[in-house]
Design a protein around this ligand. Structure first.
Ligand code: TRP
Length: 342
C-alpha cells in the first residue's frame, strides 16, 4: 500500500519574519515529526509562483537556499526519508501539467479568485501569471495524488478550485486519474490550523507582522541583529489600560507580547497568561519578551550558520530525481488521456 500524501509549500521569498517562524515554519516542522511515519510528505518550494508579482530575480535562487537553511536550522529534518523536499522549477512536469489543466479551467472561474482580485487591484500592471497562479497550484497538488494540503485560509479558494479541476477532469475522461484532495473542513481538522499563531506587527498590533508593512520597526526579521530586534520589542505599541490582560480586541499589543512570550518560552499560552494577568508593569512584560526574542535570534542564527549547504543540496538533488519520476508518471497518464500519447 502506498501511503497517503500530504503536500505543503515552503516559501521562497526573502526576509522571513518572526511571524513566519511561529505561524508557518514551526507548524511545518511539527507536521513532519508527527506524520512522517504514516504519510508521504511532500514539501516543496513554489519558486515558479514567486514572480507572479515583480521580485528581484537576482536573489531568487539564493533566497530559496537560504530559506531552506532557515527551515533546517529551525528543525526541519533533511535526513527524514519519509519526506521529500524539492523545488517546483526542478520538476518540469508542474509547468507541463499546468498548461494542460489551463484548457480545462474557465476564464470566469479564475476571475472570481479573491486573491487575484485583491492583488491585481494594487498593481499597475497585472501579469497573466498572477491570473494563472491557481492552476499551477492545482498542478502542484494533483501531480502527486495529495490528499491533505495544509494551507492558510487565504488559500482555501485555490484549494477548492484544485478539487473542482480534479473532479471535472476525472469526469470528462471517465477515469479516476486525479485524487481529489479532501474538502476544506477535513483539511482544517487534519492540520489543526487553530494552533498556528498569528503574530502581529509590534507597531500596529491589529495588522499581521509582515515585511511589507510600512513601519519596519514593527517587524522582526529572522536575520535582524538580535539587539536591534530586542529594541523593536521594547518599542512595541501597547495601550492605556494599564493592566495586563489577554484581550485581542481591546489590548492587541499586550496580547501579541503574551503570545510571543508563550511561543518562545515553549509554555502553553494559558500558563503565560495566568502568570502575567493583572500585573501592571508593561515595561517588565516588554523586557521579558525582548530578552526571549534576543536569545531566540542569536541561537537561530548560530544554527543557520551551522547548516551544511552541501547536505541540503544533496537532499534536494536526490529528492528531485525521485519526484521527477513520480510526476512524470502521472503526467504521462494525463498526456495519454488527452490524446497526446497513445
Ligand atoms: N499558494 C500557496 C501560498 O501562497 C503556495 C503554494 C503554491 C502551495 N502551490 C501550492 C501550497 C500547493 C500548497 C500546495 O501559500
Amino acid at each position: 500500500m502506498t501511503k497517503p500524501v500530504i503536500l505543503t509549500g515552503i516559501r521562497s521569498n526573502s526576509d522571513l519574519t518572526l511571524g513566519n517562524y511561529l505561524g508557518a515554519i514551526l507548524p511545518l516542522i511539527k507536521l513532519q515529526s508527527k506524520h512522517s511515519k504514516d504519510y508521504q510528505i511532500n514539501m516543496f518550494v513554489p519558486d515558479l509562483h514567486s514572480f507572479t508579482t515583480p521580485i528581484d530575480h537576482n536573489n531568487l535562487y539564493g533566497n530559496t537556499i537560504s530559506n531552506l537553511k532557515i527551515f533546517t536550522a529551525a528543525g526541519l529534518d533533511i535526513h527524514n526519508t519519509g519526506s521529500l523536499i524539492y523545488r517546483q522549477s526542478f520538476v518540469p512536469a508542474h509547468s507541463e501539467l499546468t498548461w494542460i489543466l489551463d484548457c480545462f479551467v474557465h476564464f470566469g472561474e479564475l476571475s472570481r479568485m479573491i486573491q487575484f482580485k485583491e492583488k491585481s487591484a494594487s498593481l499597475s500592471s497585472v501579469s497573466a501569471g498572477l491570473f494563472n497562479y491557481p492552476v499551477l497550484m492545482a498542478a502542484d497538488i494533483l501531480l502527486y495524488d495529495a490528499k491533505y494540503v495544509p494551507v492558510g485560509e487565504d488559500q482555501r479558494q485555490h484549494l477548492e478550485l484544485s478539487r473542482d479541476i480534479a473532479i471535472r477532469f476525472n469526469h470528462q475522461f471517465n477515469r479516476d486519474i486525479f485524487v481529489v484532495p479532501e474538502p476544506w473542513d477535513e483539511q482544517l481538522k487534519f492540520a489543526d490550523l487553530s494552533s498556528g499563531a498569528r503574530i502581529k506587527s509590534l507597531k500596529n498590533p491589529k495588522m499581521k507582522m509582515s515585511k511589507s508593512i510600512s513601519d519596519p520597526t514593527g517587524t522582526i526579521l529572522l536575520n535582524d541583529d538580535p539587539k536591534t530586534a530586542a529594541n523593536k520589542v521594547l518599542g512595541a505599541t501597547t495601550d492605556s489600560v494599564g493592566i495586563i490582560n489577554f484581550d485581542l480586541v481591546k489590548q492587541p499589543g499586550i496580547a501579541n507580547l503574551l503570545q510571543i512570550i508563550a511561543l518562545l518560552s515553549g509554555e502553553p499560552l494559558n500558563s503565560t497568561i495566568a502568570k502575567w494577568q493583572g500585573q501592571t508593569s508593561y515595561r517588565q512584560l516588554k523586557e521579558t519578551a525582548a530578552q526571549l526574542v534576543e536569545a531566540f535570534l542569536s541561537e537561530l542564527q548560530t544554527k543557520i550558520q551551522a547548516v551544511s549547504e552541501s547536505d541540503l543540496l544533496a537532499k534536494l538533488q536526490g529528492d528531485e530525481i525521485e519526484v521527477n519520476k513520480i510526476a512524470n508518471t502521472k503526467l504521462y497518464q494525463v498526456q495519454q488521456l488527452v490524446g497526446l500519447r497513445n
